[in-house]
Design a protein around this ligand. Sequence first.
Ligand code: ATP
Length: 303
Amino acid sequence: MLKVHQLSFSYNTTSVLEQLNFEVRQGEHVSVIGESGSGKSTLLKLLHGEYDLDQGEIFWKDEQILGPKYNLVVGYEFMKYVAQEFDLMPFTSVAENVGKFLSNFYPEEKKERIAELLEVVELTDFANTKVKTLSGGQKQRVALARAIAKQPEIILLDEPFSHIDNFQKQSLRRKVFKYLKDKNITCIVATHDRDDVLGFSDRMLVLNNTKIAANAAPKALYKNPETALVAAFFREFNSIDQNIVYAHQLQVVENSDLKAKVIHSYFKGAYYLIEAETEQQQLFFEHPEPIPTGTDVSLVIKI
Ligand SMILES: Nc1ncnc2c1ncn2[C@@H]1O[C@H](COP(=O)(O)OP(=O)(O)OP(=O)(O)O)[C@@H](O)[C@H]1O
């Protein structure tokens, strides 16, 4: 169990996180979301022991996570952190990078383990390629494989799939998160991508204004987002009479009190996102077909 108690941290005089309290169980998958600059990366670095806290404490089981003031070497055996910048060995092969922290004592087992890890991150064909010749996304996958090589108890991932193209992202995400769940590895992911959260996270921590604005299951927050910040993370939404209404919850009908004029139709694949305006506000709704600009429509909220 990870326990964070009254954690406060500032860079020089700028307060970034104030009095955070939360817990994460062994094997749990928790996402940390929030606007750019809300402190997601800082929180992961603090959990990793990279900085000294201003206040509060962090425990993994019975061990207190301490910053550089108390620890000569940053980090702990049971914890791995994959930062946005990956610290790889550029002139050695993918396989050597992945196996860097594995013991050479049982070379056959080491080889098998590296093969298993390369399979998880879909880099089997690149085992002998030098890291310096890889793309950003491939490097990110090497960093992921290296982090899980020694089976940590807890892994901290900062935007883990940000460099990976859409062709591979979906399957890679499923493989990596399934691997972590199967091995009961606690996983904390800082992300901007709702697809990293929906379908994978047990819980979401929302950072806003130095505080935890929400801490709940993604489904609960999706169904009842409460704030624009949370709703915007999931999908396009409107604020109607101070209620959050997702674009897919607005439907065109023959006649209603909510009337709007269409401004633009955006092709979104399975549907069109229609931008419209009433006398008071701009509205977005989803529709199976484009609607000509200037068309008057009546809308109802369909919950
Ligand atoms: N080393 C540093 N020194 C001083 N200020 C910093 C440092 N690192 C981050 N900050 C500031 O702390 C705040 C939080 O930054 P952080 O990188 O944790 O946010 P984030 O939520 O991870 O952002 P993003 O989503 O853009 O990665 C920002 O205002 C940032 O400018």
